[in-house]
Design a binder for this molecule. Structure first.
Ligand SMILES: [Zn+2]
Length: 370
């Protein structure tokens, strides 16, 4: 069995993956959400018997606070959690941006919180499965992969070494923003989406197609571009976990693996919480995906963008297009419409505020368990 739980993580990602036997599964986390999410994650881990707190892997896809914040509050800034172990942490720190590995006592991350994080990471197994070097790939085959106990494989689809090096000049600023203690929503962040209403009228398929063609500007954040993007394979299930990666970068990696036809995917956690800047038609058409997953409650950035959801519904090769939202919000509930589902040929699933969205993959079927 394989299960994927997209936990409620505010505007971010916190994905708990379990595989193997249902009683004592192997487990890993892909991102840990915001600092608030980390506190909740700690409670979830604490609720497990001590002998079930071992993780095969924890991945922090990139430095942004909605992905790394939870690592601080759950583990770095908290007491040792009895029984908790992680065989490896995949995270690209400052030295990795140069293609080096962290040397000496500890790596400097350029901010007080960052120093604490690197001190802590230095005591863990940090990118151990990559001999301490960066978790990254080149834009050519073979893409690096690692096999895990229980028969799970992760293939690295991004970032490239070039994308890591581009993060260097803004690293300090990004770390400071990511690791700040206080949560603050700034006016400028909210402005990105002002004017888009929570409700929307879509008369017909032409209107949906028109929406899909709007706002085509691309993401230009070096931090997002540095996201560790992974292809998870377990038995007959294949899931793309994209962090906040760039649409075009993902498409290039997907086409490397499957140059002649769309890559068959069981599920796809789309990049950057369904931002219109990270989901282009070419990426959507490069896969044949049964279940599109979006993780965000709409905090701060009011994701997902309507244009991005419209693109999925219009361009999804697999029909009907099925979209799963980890929690219901004023920004995604408009898609919960019988009229639209019928008119536009799609299905929706919403997780709940408590546990998010849980999917179970077995024998070719996908079950929503929460
Ligand atoms: Zn994010």
């Amino acid at each position: 069995m394989l299960t994927l739980q997209l936990l409620p993580a505010r505007e971010g990602d916190a994905i708990w993956v379990r595989w193997g036997s249902a009683d004592v599964p192997y487990q890993m986390l892909i991102d840990m959400g915001t600092q608030e999410t980390g506190t909740e994650l700690r409670e979830r881990i604490s609720a497990l018997p001590e002998d079930q707190r071992a993780f095969e892997l924890i991945v922090v896809t990139h430095i942004d606070r909605d992905h790394i914040g939870g690592l601080l509050s759950c583990l770095v800034d908290a007491e040792l959690l009895p029984g908790f172990t992680a065989k490896d942490f995949w995270f690209n720190g400052f030295a990795h941006l140069d293609g080096l590995k962290p040397q000496g006592e500890f790596e400097s991350m350029g901010a007080v919180q960052g120093e604490r994080l690197s001190r802590w990471l230095d005591k863990q197994n940090w990118n151990k499965q990559f001999a301490g070097e960066a978790v990254c790939c080149e834009n050519k085959l073979p893409l690096p992969y690692r096999d895990f106990e229980g028969g799970m494989r992760l293939t690295v689809l991004g970032p490239t070494a070039k994308r890591l090096s581009e993060l260097k000049s803004v690293w300090r600023k990004e770390v400071e923003a990511a690791l700040k203690k206080t949560q603050q929503s700034t006016a400028s962040e909210g402005l990105e989406r002002m004017g888009t209403s929570s409700h929307r009228t879509l008369e017909n398929k032409a209107a949906l197609a028109d929406l899909a063609e709007q706002q085509l500007a691309r993401d230009n954040s070096p931090a997002n571009a540095s996201s560790i993007a992974l292809l998870l394979e377990y038995q007959d299930t294949r899931i793309l976990l994209a962090g906040d990666a760039f649409s075009t970068d993902l498409k290039e990696s997907v086409q490397l693996i499957s140059p002649d036809q769309p890559l068959e995917l069981t599920a796809f956690k789309v990049p950057h919480h369904g931002s219109r800047r990270n989901l282009c038609k070419a990426l959507i058409e490069s896969v044949n995906c049964r279940f599109w997953l979006i993780s965000t409650d709409g905090s701060r950035f009011q994701h997902p963008d309507d244009e991005a959801v419209a693109r999925i519904l219009i361009h999804s090769k697999h029909r009907p297009a099925t979209v799963g939202f980890n929690v219901r919000s004023e920004f995604n509930e408009k898609w919960d419409s019988d009229d639209w589902r019928q008119k536009f040929d799609y299905c929706t699933t919403y997780g709940n505020a408590e546990d998010g969205l849980s999917l179970k993959f077995q024998g070719g079927s996908i079950l929503v368990t929460q």
